[in-house]
Design a protein around this ligand. Structure first.
Ligand code: LLP
Length: 463
Protein backbone atom coordinates (compact mmCIF):
# COMPACT_ATOMS: atom_id res chain seq x y z
CA UNK A 1 0.00 0.00 0.00
CA UNK A 2 2.28 2.69 1.22
CA UNK A 3 5.50 2.56 -0.74
CA UNK A 4 8.10 2.57 1.95
CA UNK A 5 11.56 1.67 0.80
CA UNK A 6 13.34 -1.46 1.84
CA UNK A 7 15.28 -1.47 5.04
CA UNK A 8 18.57 0.11 5.66
CA UNK A 9 18.13 -2.06 8.74
CA UNK A 10 20.90 -1.00 11.10
CA UNK A 11 19.60 -3.07 14.00
CA UNK A 12 17.99 -6.46 13.65
CA UNK A 13 18.22 -6.29 9.86
CA UNK A 14 19.78 -9.72 9.58
CA UNK A 15 16.72 -11.38 11.07
CA UNK A 16 14.14 -9.08 9.58
CA UNK A 17 12.47 -11.04 6.83
CA UNK A 18 9.65 -8.80 5.70
CA UNK A 19 11.76 -5.74 5.11
CA UNK A 20 9.12 -3.03 5.50
CA UNK A 21 10.95 -0.64 7.71
CA UNK A 22 13.45 2.04 6.83
CA UNK A 23 16.34 3.24 8.95
CA UNK A 24 15.28 4.98 12.16
CA UNK A 25 14.64 8.67 11.61
CA UNK A 26 17.46 10.97 12.65
CA UNK A 27 15.22 12.45 15.33
CA UNK A 28 12.55 10.21 16.82
CA UNK A 29 10.77 13.23 18.30
CA UNK A 30 10.43 15.05 14.98
CA UNK A 31 7.04 15.30 13.33
CA UNK A 32 7.00 14.90 9.58
CA UNK A 33 4.49 17.48 8.33
CA UNK A 34 3.54 15.13 5.50
CA UNK A 35 1.76 12.71 7.80
CA UNK A 36 0.45 14.98 10.54
CA UNK A 37 -2.54 17.29 10.56
CA UNK A 38 -1.59 20.94 10.16
CA UNK A 39 -1.86 22.13 13.75
CA UNK A 40 -0.04 19.16 15.27
CA UNK A 41 3.18 20.18 16.97
CA UNK A 42 5.02 19.62 20.27
CA UNK A 43 4.70 22.02 23.15
CA UNK A 44 7.62 23.20 25.26
CA UNK A 45 7.35 20.21 27.55
CA UNK A 46 7.56 17.87 24.55
CA UNK A 47 3.96 16.63 24.49
CA UNK A 48 2.19 16.43 21.16
CA UNK A 49 -0.49 19.09 20.75
CA UNK A 50 -3.30 19.44 18.23
CA UNK A 51 -5.30 22.61 17.76
CA UNK A 52 -3.34 24.00 20.69
CA UNK A 53 -4.38 21.21 23.09
CA UNK A 54 -1.90 18.76 24.63
CA UNK A 55 -2.55 15.09 24.11
CA UNK A 56 -1.95 14.42 27.79
CA UNK A 57 -4.93 16.64 28.55
CA UNK A 58 -6.95 15.07 25.76
CA UNK A 59 -6.21 11.58 27.06
CA UNK A 60 -7.28 12.58 30.56
CA UNK A 61 -10.51 14.09 29.35
CA UNK A 62 -11.53 11.67 26.61
CA UNK A 63 -9.58 8.50 27.38
CA UNK A 64 -7.72 6.26 24.95
CA UNK A 65 -7.84 4.89 22.36
CA UNK A 66 -9.38 7.86 20.62
CA UNK A 67 -9.23 9.59 17.27
CA UNK A 68 -8.39 13.30 17.40
CA UNK A 69 -9.41 15.25 14.35
CA UNK A 70 -8.01 18.67 13.49
CA UNK A 71 -11.13 20.54 12.40
CA UNK A 72 -9.30 23.49 10.87
CA UNK A 73 -7.20 21.08 8.81
CA UNK A 74 -10.33 19.30 7.60
CA UNK A 75 -11.91 22.57 6.56
CA UNK A 76 -8.69 23.78 4.90
CA UNK A 77 -8.51 20.57 2.86
CA UNK A 78 -12.14 20.98 1.79
CA UNK A 79 -11.39 24.51 0.65
CA UNK A 80 -8.22 23.45 -1.14
CA UNK A 81 -10.20 20.87 -3.14
CA UNK A 82 -13.08 23.24 -3.85
CA UNK A 83 -10.73 26.05 -4.92
CA UNK A 84 -8.60 23.74 -7.05
CA UNK A 85 -11.58 22.47 -9.02
CA UNK A 86 -13.30 25.84 -9.21
CA UNK A 87 -16.72 26.72 -10.50
CA UNK A 88 -16.76 24.39 -13.47
CA UNK A 89 -16.34 21.25 -11.44
CA UNK A 90 -17.83 19.60 -8.38
CA UNK A 91 -16.12 17.99 -5.43
CA UNK A 92 -18.04 15.23 -3.68
CA UNK A 93 -16.53 14.13 -0.37
CA UNK A 94 -16.70 10.33 -0.15
CA UNK A 95 -18.52 9.77 3.13
CA UNK A 96 -17.38 6.16 3.47
CA UNK A 97 -13.95 7.46 4.56
CA UNK A 98 -15.52 8.97 7.68
CA UNK A 99 -18.96 10.43 8.17
CA UNK A 100 -20.66 12.08 11.10
CA UNK A 101 -23.15 14.88 11.48
CA UNK A 102 -20.42 17.39 12.30
CA UNK A 103 -18.52 16.38 9.18
CA UNK A 104 -21.64 16.87 7.07
CA UNK A 105 -22.10 20.37 8.50
CA UNK A 106 -18.46 21.27 7.78
CA UNK A 107 -18.81 20.00 4.21
CA UNK A 108 -21.95 22.00 3.74
CA UNK A 109 -20.33 25.16 5.11
CA UNK A 110 -17.22 24.69 2.96
CA UNK A 111 -19.26 24.22 -0.20
CA UNK A 112 -18.60 20.54 -0.88
CA UNK A 113 -21.03 17.91 -2.05
CA UNK A 114 -21.32 14.44 -0.58
CA UNK A 115 -21.09 10.92 -1.94
CA UNK A 116 -22.96 8.30 0.09
CA UNK A 117 -23.11 4.59 -0.55
CA UNK A 118 -25.76 3.26 1.82
CA UNK A 119 -29.07 4.14 3.39
CA UNK A 120 -27.23 4.78 6.66
CA UNK A 121 -24.88 7.32 5.12
CA UNK A 122 -27.84 8.95 3.38
CA UNK A 123 -29.68 9.25 6.70
CA UNK A 124 -26.65 10.85 8.36
CA UNK A 125 -26.26 13.32 5.48
CA UNK A 126 -29.92 14.36 5.44
CA UNK A 127 -30.20 14.48 9.20
CA UNK A 128 -27.29 16.93 9.39
CA UNK A 129 -28.88 19.13 6.76
CA UNK A 130 -27.02 18.35 3.55
CA UNK A 131 -29.38 19.41 0.76
CA UNK A 132 -30.45 16.30 -1.16
CA UNK A 133 -29.46 17.80 -4.49
CA UNK A 134 -25.84 17.93 -3.27
CA UNK A 135 -25.81 14.18 -2.59
CA UNK A 136 -24.67 11.43 -4.97
CA UNK A 137 -25.87 7.93 -4.17
CA UNK A 138 -23.54 5.02 -4.95
CA UNK A 139 -23.45 1.27 -4.44
CA UNK A 140 -23.35 -1.94 -6.43
CA UNK A 141 -26.48 -3.38 -4.83
CA UNK A 142 -28.72 -0.63 -3.56
CA UNK A 143 -31.91 -2.05 -2.16
CA UNK A 144 -35.25 -1.05 -3.62
CA UNK A 145 -35.98 0.64 -0.28
CA UNK A 146 -32.79 2.70 -0.54
CA UNK A 147 -33.56 3.64 -4.13
CA UNK A 148 -37.10 4.70 -3.20
CA UNK A 149 -35.78 6.89 -0.44
CA UNK A 150 -33.07 8.46 -2.59
CA UNK A 151 -35.55 9.25 -5.36
CA UNK A 152 -38.19 10.50 -2.94
CA UNK A 153 -35.86 12.93 -1.18
CA UNK A 154 -34.46 14.02 -4.55
CA UNK A 155 -30.75 13.18 -4.41
CA UNK A 156 -28.76 15.04 -7.05
CA UNK A 157 -27.68 11.86 -8.74
CA UNK A 158 -27.81 8.11 -8.44
CA UNK A 159 -24.81 6.32 -9.87
CA UNK A 160 -26.10 3.23 -11.67
CA UNK A 161 -23.88 0.23 -11.25
CA UNK A 162 -25.54 -2.59 -13.21
CA UNK A 163 -28.14 -3.37 -15.86
CA UNK A 164 -30.63 -4.48 -13.20
CA UNK A 165 -30.19 -1.19 -11.44
CA UNK A 166 -30.89 0.82 -14.58
CA UNK A 167 -34.28 -0.87 -14.78
CA UNK A 168 -34.87 -0.73 -11.03
CA UNK A 169 -34.19 2.99 -10.61
CA UNK A 170 -36.20 3.82 -13.74
CA UNK A 171 -39.11 1.79 -12.43
CA UNK A 172 -39.05 3.36 -8.97
CA UNK A 173 -38.74 6.88 -10.38
CA UNK A 174 -41.60 6.35 -12.76
CA UNK A 175 -43.79 4.92 -10.03
CA UNK A 176 -43.05 7.97 -7.90
CA UNK A 177 -43.75 10.28 -10.84
CA UNK A 178 -40.16 11.53 -10.93
CA UNK A 179 -37.31 11.75 -13.39
CA UNK A 180 -34.10 10.84 -11.57
CA UNK A 181 -30.75 12.28 -12.59
CA UNK A 182 -28.31 9.39 -13.01
CA UNK A 183 -24.78 8.58 -14.07
CA UNK A 184 -23.62 5.18 -15.27
CA UNK A 185 -20.55 3.76 -13.55
CA UNK A 186 -18.25 2.12 -16.06
CA UNK A 187 -15.16 -0.01 -15.55
CA UNK A 188 -12.52 1.28 -17.88
CA UNK A 189 -10.13 -1.67 -17.70
CA UNK A 190 -7.32 0.14 -15.87
CA UNK A 191 -5.11 -1.74 -13.43
CA UNK A 192 -4.61 0.78 -10.64
CA UNK A 193 -1.35 0.29 -8.78
CA UNK A 194 -2.76 -0.30 -5.36
CA UNK A 195 -3.86 -3.19 -3.18
CA UNK A 196 -6.08 -5.68 -5.04
CA UNK A 197 -9.01 -5.17 -2.67
CA UNK A 198 -9.17 -1.43 -3.30
CA UNK A 199 -8.57 -1.45 -7.06
CA UNK A 200 -11.86 -1.08 -8.86
CA UNK A 201 -11.49 -0.44 -12.57
CA UNK A 202 -10.16 -3.76 -13.86
CA UNK A 203 -12.94 -5.84 -15.31
CA UNK A 204 -12.84 -8.89 -13.02
CA UNK A 205 -14.67 -7.37 -10.04
CA UNK A 206 -18.11 -6.46 -8.77
CA UNK A 207 -18.38 -2.73 -9.56
CA UNK A 208 -19.63 -1.04 -12.68
CA UNK A 209 -20.40 -1.91 -16.26
CA UNK A 210 -17.48 -2.74 -18.54
CA UNK A 211 -16.60 -0.48 -21.44
CA UNK A 212 -15.19 -3.60 -23.07
CA UNK A 213 -17.48 -5.52 -25.39
CA UNK A 214 -19.85 -2.60 -25.76
CA UNK A 215 -21.50 -3.21 -22.37
CA UNK A 216 -21.36 0.42 -21.28
CA UNK A 217 -22.64 1.62 -24.65
CA UNK A 218 -25.58 -0.79 -24.24
CA UNK A 219 -26.22 0.57 -20.74
CA UNK A 220 -26.37 4.11 -22.14
CA UNK A 221 -28.74 2.93 -24.89
CA UNK A 222 -31.11 1.50 -22.30
CA UNK A 223 -30.88 4.45 -19.91
CA UNK A 224 -31.67 6.92 -22.69
CA UNK A 225 -34.89 5.13 -23.54
CA UNK A 226 -36.30 5.04 -20.01
CA UNK A 227 -38.65 7.85 -19.00
CA UNK A 228 -37.79 7.69 -15.31
CA UNK A 229 -34.13 8.49 -15.93
CA UNK A 230 -32.26 11.60 -16.93
CA UNK A 231 -28.80 10.40 -17.92
CA UNK A 232 -26.39 13.20 -17.03
CA UNK A 233 -23.06 11.47 -17.42
CA UNK A 234 -20.55 8.69 -16.99
CA UNK A 235 -18.74 7.74 -13.79
CA UNK A 236 -15.43 5.96 -13.30
CA UNK A 237 -13.58 5.20 -10.06
CA UNK A 238 -10.34 3.31 -10.56
CA UNK A 239 -9.33 2.47 -6.99
CA UNK A 240 -7.86 3.96 -3.85
CA UNK A 241 -4.55 5.21 -2.44
CA UNK A 242 -3.27 5.97 -5.95
CA UNK A 243 -0.29 8.25 -6.55
CA UNK A 244 0.29 7.78 -10.24
CA UNK A 245 -1.92 10.00 -12.44
CA UNK A 246 -1.46 7.68 -15.43
CA UNK A 247 -4.45 5.54 -14.41
CA UNK A 248 -6.69 8.61 -14.25
CA UNK A 249 -5.42 9.67 -17.63
CA UNK A 250 -6.35 6.38 -19.27
CA UNK A 251 -9.67 6.38 -17.46
CA UNK A 252 -10.53 9.94 -18.57
CA UNK A 253 -9.56 9.15 -22.14
CA UNK A 254 -11.77 6.07 -22.27
CA UNK A 255 -14.73 7.83 -20.68
CA UNK A 256 -14.43 10.66 -23.22
CA UNK A 257 -14.30 8.07 -26.01
CA UNK A 258 -17.59 6.70 -24.74
CA UNK A 259 -19.08 10.22 -24.71
CA UNK A 260 -18.04 10.58 -28.34
CA UNK A 261 -19.64 7.23 -29.24
CA UNK A 262 -22.83 8.27 -27.47
CA UNK A 263 -22.89 11.52 -29.41
CA UNK A 264 -22.34 9.68 -32.69
CA UNK A 265 -25.03 7.10 -32.00
CA UNK A 266 -27.69 9.17 -30.24
CA UNK A 267 -26.89 12.78 -31.10
CA UNK A 268 -26.65 13.48 -27.36
CA UNK A 269 -23.68 15.05 -25.58
CA UNK A 270 -23.75 13.90 -21.97
CA UNK A 271 -22.87 16.96 -19.88
CA UNK A 272 -20.91 15.42 -16.96
CA UNK A 273 -18.13 13.02 -16.14
CA UNK A 274 -17.10 11.85 -12.70
CA UNK A 275 -13.57 10.52 -12.28
CA UNK A 276 -14.12 9.13 -8.79
CA UNK A 277 -11.81 9.40 -5.81
CA UNK A 278 -8.79 7.40 -4.80
CA UNK A 279 -6.07 10.02 -4.49
CA UNK A 280 -3.30 8.79 -2.23
CA UNK A 281 -2.10 10.36 1.01
CA UNK A 282 1.12 10.06 2.99
CA UNK A 283 0.92 7.35 5.63
CA UNK A 284 4.69 7.34 6.05
CA UNK A 285 7.48 9.72 5.05
CA UNK A 286 8.11 7.67 1.91
CA UNK A 287 4.75 8.61 0.37
CA UNK A 288 4.53 11.68 -1.87
CA UNK A 289 0.95 12.68 -2.53
CA UNK A 290 -0.09 15.34 -5.02
CA UNK A 291 -1.74 18.57 -4.03
CA UNK A 292 -5.37 19.15 -5.06
CA UNK A 293 -4.42 21.93 -7.52
CA UNK A 294 -1.98 19.60 -9.31
CA UNK A 295 -4.64 16.90 -9.50
CA UNK A 296 -7.28 19.36 -10.73
CA UNK A 297 -4.95 20.67 -13.39
CA UNK A 298 -3.88 17.22 -14.55
CA UNK A 299 -7.47 15.95 -14.79
CA UNK A 300 -8.78 19.15 -16.36
CA UNK A 301 -6.04 19.15 -19.00
CA UNK A 302 -6.63 15.53 -19.95
CA UNK A 303 -10.38 15.91 -20.27
CA UNK A 304 -10.11 19.17 -22.23
CA UNK A 305 -7.53 17.71 -24.60
CA UNK A 306 -9.48 14.51 -25.21
CA UNK A 307 -12.72 16.39 -25.74
CA UNK A 308 -11.13 18.78 -28.20
CA UNK A 309 -9.73 15.84 -30.13
CA UNK A 310 -13.19 14.24 -30.20
CA UNK A 311 -14.97 17.49 -31.08
CA UNK A 312 -16.95 17.49 -27.84
CA UNK A 313 -17.72 20.39 -25.54
CA UNK A 314 -15.81 19.85 -22.28
CA UNK A 315 -18.20 18.24 -19.80
CA UNK A 316 -18.52 19.30 -16.18
CA UNK A 317 -16.04 17.24 -14.16
CA UNK A 318 -16.63 15.87 -10.69
CA UNK A 319 -14.33 14.02 -8.30
CA UNK A 320 -14.94 12.11 -5.07
CA UNK A 321 -11.98 12.34 -2.69
CA UNK A 322 -12.52 10.77 0.72
CA UNK A 323 -9.15 9.77 2.14
CA UNK A 324 -7.35 12.80 0.68
CA UNK A 325 -9.60 15.10 2.69
CA UNK A 326 -10.10 13.35 6.01
CA UNK A 327 -7.17 10.92 6.15
CA UNK A 328 -4.41 13.30 7.19
CA UNK A 329 -6.64 15.28 9.56
CA UNK A 330 -6.74 12.76 12.39
CA UNK A 331 -4.45 10.60 14.50
CA UNK A 332 -5.20 7.80 16.91
CA UNK A 333 -3.93 8.15 20.45
CA UNK A 334 -3.19 4.95 22.37
CA UNK A 335 -1.80 4.15 25.78
CA UNK A 336 1.03 1.65 25.95
CA UNK A 337 0.08 -1.33 28.11
CA UNK A 338 2.70 -4.03 27.83
CA UNK A 339 6.11 -4.17 26.18
CA UNK A 340 7.68 -7.45 25.08
CA UNK A 341 11.25 -7.30 23.82
CA UNK A 342 12.31 -10.21 21.61
CA UNK A 343 16.07 -10.30 21.48
CA UNK A 344 17.36 -10.06 17.92
CA UNK A 345 13.86 -9.63 16.51
CA UNK A 346 11.84 -6.63 17.60
CA UNK A 347 9.87 -5.27 20.51
CA UNK A 348 6.13 -5.78 20.64
CA UNK A 349 4.36 -2.76 22.04
CA UNK A 350 0.75 -3.52 23.00
CA UNK A 351 -1.74 -0.71 23.06
CA UNK A 352 -5.29 -0.38 24.35
CA UNK A 353 -6.89 -0.60 20.88
CA UNK A 354 -5.94 -2.52 17.77
CA UNK A 355 -7.59 -4.05 14.74
CA UNK A 356 -11.01 -2.96 16.01
CA UNK A 357 -10.05 0.71 15.53
CA UNK A 358 -7.69 0.23 12.59
CA UNK A 359 -8.29 -2.82 10.42
CA UNK A 360 -6.27 -1.44 7.52
CA UNK A 361 -2.94 -2.95 8.50
CA UNK A 362 -4.41 -6.44 8.80
CA UNK A 363 -6.66 -6.09 5.76
CA UNK A 364 -4.46 -4.30 3.23
CA UNK A 365 -0.98 -4.64 4.64
CA UNK A 366 -1.14 -0.88 5.13
CA UNK A 367 1.81 0.96 6.58
CA UNK A 368 1.64 3.54 9.32
CA UNK A 369 4.11 5.44 11.41
CA UNK A 370 4.02 6.16 15.13
CA UNK A 371 5.54 8.58 17.63
CA UNK A 372 5.86 8.82 21.37
CA UNK A 373 3.25 11.50 22.08
CA UNK A 374 3.16 12.23 25.81
CA UNK A 375 6.80 13.33 25.99
CA UNK A 376 9.99 13.45 23.99
CA UNK A 377 12.92 11.13 24.57
CA UNK A 378 16.60 11.05 23.69
CA UNK A 379 16.87 7.30 24.17
CA UNK A 380 18.17 5.06 21.39
CA UNK A 381 15.66 3.96 18.75
CA UNK A 382 14.25 0.47 19.07
CA UNK A 383 12.50 -1.43 16.33
CA UNK A 384 8.90 -2.02 17.35
CA UNK A 385 5.71 -3.56 16.16
CA UNK A 386 2.68 -1.83 17.60
CA UNK A 387 -0.03 -4.40 18.27
CA UNK A 388 -3.50 -4.31 19.74
CA UNK A 389 -5.21 -6.16 22.56
CA UNK A 390 -7.34 -8.50 20.45
CA UNK A 391 -7.19 -12.28 20.45
CA UNK A 392 -5.49 -12.53 17.12
CA UNK A 393 -1.81 -12.44 16.20
CA UNK A 394 -2.61 -10.47 13.02
CA UNK A 395 -3.84 -7.69 15.29
CA UNK A 396 -1.15 -5.26 14.17
CA UNK A 397 -1.49 -1.47 14.05
CA UNK A 398 2.00 -0.48 12.91
CA UNK A 399 4.07 -3.26 11.42
CA UNK A 400 7.55 -1.78 11.63
CA UNK A 401 8.55 1.45 13.25
CA UNK A 402 11.02 2.92 15.67
CA UNK A 403 10.21 4.24 19.12
CA UNK A 404 12.60 5.31 21.87
CA UNK A 405 13.97 2.40 23.88
CA UNK A 406 12.91 3.96 27.19
CA UNK A 407 9.24 3.55 26.20
CA UNK A 408 7.23 2.49 29.23
CA UNK A 409 3.73 1.34 30.09
CA UNK A 410 1.53 4.40 30.51
CA UNK A 411 3.24 6.35 27.73
CA UNK A 412 0.94 7.70 25.05
CA UNK A 413 1.77 6.97 21.44
CA UNK A 414 0.10 8.46 18.38
CA UNK A 415 -0.44 6.99 14.93
CA UNK A 416 -1.00 9.69 12.30
CA UNK A 417 -3.16 9.68 9.15
CA UNK A 418 -5.94 7.57 10.62
CA UNK A 419 -8.80 9.88 9.66
CA UNK A 420 -9.97 7.75 6.74
CA UNK A 421 -11.32 4.21 6.91
CA UNK A 422 -10.37 3.66 10.55
CA UNK A 423 -13.38 4.82 12.57
CA UNK A 424 -15.64 4.09 9.58
CA UNK A 425 -14.39 0.48 9.45
CA UNK A 426 -14.11 0.03 13.21
CA UNK A 427 -15.65 -3.09 14.70
CA UNK A 428 -16.72 -4.51 18.03
CA UNK A 429 -14.43 -7.53 17.73
CA UNK A 430 -13.97 -9.04 21.20
CA UNK A 431 -16.76 -6.69 22.29
CA UNK A 432 -14.37 -3.79 21.94
CA UNK A 433 -15.96 -0.39 22.44
CA UNK A 434 -15.47 1.72 19.35
CA UNK A 435 -13.41 4.81 20.20
CA UNK A 436 -14.68 8.37 20.07
CA UNK A 437 -13.82 10.96 17.47
CA UNK A 438 -12.88 14.25 19.07
CA UNK A 439 -12.64 17.39 16.97
CA UNK A 440 -10.06 19.89 18.14
CA UNK A 441 -9.93 23.49 17.03
CA UNK A 442 -8.47 26.69 18.45
CA UNK A 443 -7.79 25.27 21.88
CA UNK A 444 -11.19 23.57 22.19
CA UNK A 445 -11.86 19.85 22.00
CA UNK A 446 -15.34 18.49 21.39
CA UNK A 447 -16.61 14.94 20.99
CA UNK A 448 -18.30 14.50 17.61
CA UNK A 449 -18.77 10.74 17.87
CA UNK A 450 -18.85 9.49 21.43
CA UNK A 451 -17.11 6.39 22.73
CA UNK A 452 -19.30 3.29 22.79
CA UNK A 453 -20.26 1.99 26.17
CA UNK A 454 -20.93 -1.52 27.39
CA UNK A 455 -24.59 -0.51 27.60
CA UNK A 456 -24.47 0.26 23.86
CA UNK A 457 -23.22 -3.27 23.25
CA UNK A 458 -25.82 -4.88 25.47
CA UNK A 459 -28.64 -2.78 24.04
CA UNK A 460 -28.39 -4.67 20.76
CA UNK A 461 -28.15 -8.02 22.47
CA UNK A 462 -31.80 -8.81 23.05
CA UNK A 463 -31.63 -12.61 23.33
N1 LLP B 1 -15.79 7.15 -5.06
C1 LLP B 1 -16.12 5.86 -5.11
C2 LLP B 1 -17.09 5.41 -6.10
C3 LLP B 1 -15.51 4.95 -4.24
O1 LLP B 1 -15.84 3.67 -4.31
C4 LLP B 1 -14.56 5.41 -3.30
C5 LLP B 1 -13.93 4.48 -2.38
C6 LLP B 1 -14.27 6.78 -3.27
C7 LLP B 1 -14.89 7.62 -4.18
C8 LLP B 1 -13.30 7.37 -2.29
O2 LLP B 1 -12.02 6.87 -2.37
P1 LLP B 1 -10.84 7.59 -1.56
O3 LLP B 1 -10.62 8.96 -2.18
O4 LLP B 1 -11.26 7.71 -0.15
O5 LLP B 1 -9.67 6.67 -1.71
N2 LLP B 1 -11.36 0.79 2.85
C9 LLP B 1 -10.32 1.06 1.87
C10 LLP B 1 -10.78 2.01 0.81
C11 LLP B 1 -12.01 1.54 0.11
C12 LLP B 1 -12.51 2.62 -0.79
C13 LLP B 1 -13.78 2.28 -1.40
N3 LLP B 1 -14.26 3.27 -2.28
C14 LLP B 1 -9.09 1.58 2.60
O6 LLP B 1 -9.12 1.64 3.81
O7 LLP B 1 -8.09 1.88 1.98
Amino acid sequence: MSRSAHPAGPRHADVMTEGHYTAPPADLNALDAKVWARTVTRDEGGALTVGGVEVTRLAEEFGTPAYFLDESDFRARCRAWADAFGRDADVFYAGKAFLSRAVVRWLKEEGLNLDVCSGGELTCALDAGMPAERIAFHGNNKTVGEIERAVTVGVGRIVLDSFQEIARVAHVAQRLGKRQRVQIRVTVGVEAHTHEFIATAHEDQKFGIALAGGQAAEAVRRALTLDGLELIGIHSHIGSQIFDMAGFEVSARRVVQLLAEVRDEHGVELPEIDLGGGLGIAYTSEDDPREPHEIAKALGDIVTRECEAAGLATPRISVEPGRAIVGPTAFTLYEVGTIKPLEGLRTYVSVDGGMSDNIRTALYDAEYSVVLASRTSDAEPMLVRVVGKHCESGDIVVKDAFLPSDLAPGDLIAVPATGAYCRSMASNYNHALRPPVVAVRDGEARVIVRRETEEDLLRLDVG
